[in-house]
Write a protein that binds this ligand. Structure first.
Ligand code: GLU
Length: 514
């Protein structure tokens, strides 16, 4: 299949999938996307990319009581921000839609009829009260509560009578102990007889909505999903799902379960909800690819040396996909190394600066960050925000900062503010003019060298060094504090330093003559 993409003013047609590998990410819109969900989406994406397949987003909203307004839009925003390309989904369509389960109710209704007809599903008229009694009884006897499958044995007449009387019902699936093993792509052979621990599961609820298990199986089949990669918490349901495929006479997809993802101290991710929201990382200046590398670093799926590099480096989605191997996924829980995140971010900053196209985008991003920042501060002095200047600052700072916002702190303000109108005595004007002449002929603007140079200069001019530095500080930045003058000059670079000196001199001369 082909898709048109636009890069700047140009657009291209790209072939984005060409085989039968189809995977999906199937979140429920019950909240925000967090690192665990991002990991599942990412591994599905890498898997499809490595096989030139298709990555689908399906929204599983059958539990209408847990829906959160706006969650689907936010999920799509977060996934797209992370650089994970969705080939088919609710916002872009595709040949196997709709991609939101609540819009597929007719299909579930038709499909459950097949199971009712072939005897693998049945009507259940048990009341809430009866089910509750069963649960209490089990708890009292220290047994695992499970449905006793009573309605399996209703006769045709009993069913018709109940239906005619309008009694509330749900539809259950008949579990058997036949299919209890499958080959997990990550964990190998998994054997689990679900019927030992569960009663027959509900597949259509009394409100007419399907349960997760049923809708998930029906959709994976009709959306032609070839591989299911999902969190380990779903492994216990897989033999049940395989039984449903068999009941329909369908070939199940291949299943692989992803190990748990934990905080670096081994605690569950959900314990610190706010820190794991994707929007939290975005709002805090983490680059998408830095976040992906951070997640991959915890989860495995690659040759060991790829990730165990002493110096953190960033792998692009293409590089990750070309080396991703689902069989290399670890079966142990992965730990997110919080302390590495900023290191990845710095590595990504350097990578972006090294690439002409990405550097341009980065400069624009920094420019807009700065504009917003100073607007918020109601800062009304002149600002130096042209791309050339931002570029030189970023290149200078890439070994020192971890994120763009590090350049928005007060002690970095001198970088962006131009001197306000300065009043200089005639003597200061003369000395500064001399300094400007000397600097114009200077090659490298390097801190230590500049520091020596400024001391020599003050000596030769027979002026007080400290006083002169104070004057230079206000000439260069209009501020009273900041790093040493030599360091400021190095960071600003030759062009900006000279420009600021000239501007101040002109303003001061105007003030003297008027
Ligand atoms: N809706 C399920 C979830 O929120 C999907 C599980 C699956 O991938 O089968 O995790």
């Amino acid at each position: 299949m082909f898709r048109k993409i636009s890069l700047g003013s140009k657009s291209f047609w790209i072939r984005y999938c060409c085989n039968d590998t189809r995977v999906r990410f199937a979140p429920s819109p019950t909240g925000y996307l967090h690192l665990g969900g991002l990991r599942t989406a990412l591994y599905n994406f890498l898997f499809s990319k490595s096989k030139n397949g298709t990555f689908i987003l399906r929204i599983e909203d059958t539990d209408q009581t847990r829906l959160v307004k706006g969650a689907t839009e936010q999920l799509i925003k977060d996934i797209s921000w992370a650089g994970i390309q969705i080939h088919e989904g609710p916002h872009i369509g595709g040949n196997y839609g709709p991609y939101i389960q609540s819009e597929r109710l007719d299909l579930y209704g038709q499909q459950v009829d097949t199971l009712l007809k072939n005897g693998t599903a049945y009507y259940c008229f048990c009341t809430e009260r009866r089910l509750d009694l069963l649960r209490r009884e089990a708890v009292k006897n220290r047994e695992v509560p499970k449905y006793d499958n009573k309605c399996r044995h209703l006769t045709h007449d009993q069913i018709s009578k109940n239906l005619a009387e309008g009694n509330k019902y749900c539809i259950r699936f008949k579990l058997s102990s036949d299919v209890s093993s499958y080959d997990d792509l990550v964990y190998g052979k998994i054997t689990y007889d679900v019927s030992l621990n569960e009663g027959d599961p509900v597949i259509i609820k009394s409100d007419g909505y399907p349960t997760y298990h049923f809708a998930n199986v029906v959709d994976d089949h009709f959306m032609k999903i070839s591989h299911v990669l999902r969190g380990l918490e779903w492994q216990i349901s897989t033999t049940k799902h395989i039984q449903m495929y068999r009941a329909f006479g369908w070939e199940p997809p291949k299943f692989g379960h992803l190990p748990l993802l934990l905080n670096s101290d081994g605690t569950k991710l959900s314990k610190r909800q706010n820190d794991i929201k994707i929007s939290h990382f975005r709002e805090n200046g983490i680059f998408p690819l830095a976040l992906l590398n951070y997640v991959v670093d915890a989860g495995g799926g690659f040759e060991k040396d790829l990730l165990q590099n002493v110096k953190l480096r960033i792998y692009t989605a293409d590089e990750l996909a070309s080396q991703f191997d689902v069989t290399k996924l670890s079966t142990h829980s992965g730990r997110l190394m919080t302390e590495k995140l900023l290191g990845f971010n710095q590595a990504e900053l350097k990578r972006l600066l090294a690439n002409e196209y990405e550097e341009k985008e980065l400069l624009k991003e920094m420019q807009s960050l700065l504009k917003k920042h100073f607007e918020k501060l109601h800062f009304n002095a002149d600002l130096q925000l042209e791309e050339k200047h931002i570029r030189s600052v970023l290149h200078w700072s890439s070994n020192r900062i971890k994120k763009l916002s590090d350049l928005l702190t007060n002690d970095m303000a001198f970088l962006w503010t131009l001197p306000k109108s300065v009043t200089l005595k005639q003597n200061d004007i003369d000395v500064t003019e001399e300094l400007l002449r000397k600097l114009e002929h200077k090659g490298d603007f390097e801190r230590e060298e500049l520091s020596k140079f400024l001391k020599d200069f003050a000596n030769k001019q027979n002026i007080k060094y400290n006083m002169f530095m104070k004057t230079l500080r206000s000439i260069l930045s209009g501020l009273k504090e900041g790093p040493s003058i030599a360091e400021m000059m190095e960071i600003l670079g030759k062009d900006s330093t000279l420009k600021r000196l000239r501007t101040s001199l002109n303003m001061a001369k105007d003030a003297v003559s008027s």
